[in-house]
Design a protein around this ligand. Sequence first.
Ligand SMILES: [Ca+2]
Length: 215
Amino acid sequence: MPYFKSFGRDFSDYQKRTKDFDIGDASLNGYEHKKLFRNNGNGTFTDIANAVGADRLEDGRGVALIDFDSDGYPDILIRNYRMKAALYCNANISGNNYLNVRLAGTKSNHDAIGAKIKITSAGKTQIREVYAGSGFLSMSTLTQFFGLGKADKVDSLEVLWPSGAKQVFKDIPANRMVKITEGKNEPVIEELKPRIPREMVAAAVHEREAKKAAH
Ligand SMILES: [Ca+2]
């Protein structure tokens, strides 16, 4: 049963009762350096895990995106085998803009699973699809994150709902959370209030860079 053997150590308790899943002390998944890929916007990606201090060697099991500090930028929660969960805070030292979108279905399912969101900003188009079950033992928030670079607004935001309905919204300012309910023509557009002062985040980044430079 090769599938179950690859998760053998997750079934350690079960191994005490049967030899069917016994792979000894071996771990066949997850134990490697973390990767973090930046989208270069031209069909290629660059691994920046080492540059931002995220390339730790751990036995990973799950990863999920969530904006835990409500500053608009997605943070990364990682669950490793027999370790405490690790939270990687996105310090946004680039100062780039964003737009976050959360959908609520009415005719469609409430979480809008299967909906497609297309935004156009500064001549560039991005598409996201709302989906559930983003990873093993983990699931990212259903909020959709769009990076806008230096653009200060989204020219067009289009939602294609699972029901087949389509809605289009124009000229939405950057750095907002947009909550859209299926069938309603006026989205709720909110400015987020970061729960951690930006000065504290900047100080943490400065400390990390200083430690890096000292080695
Ligand atoms: Ca955040």
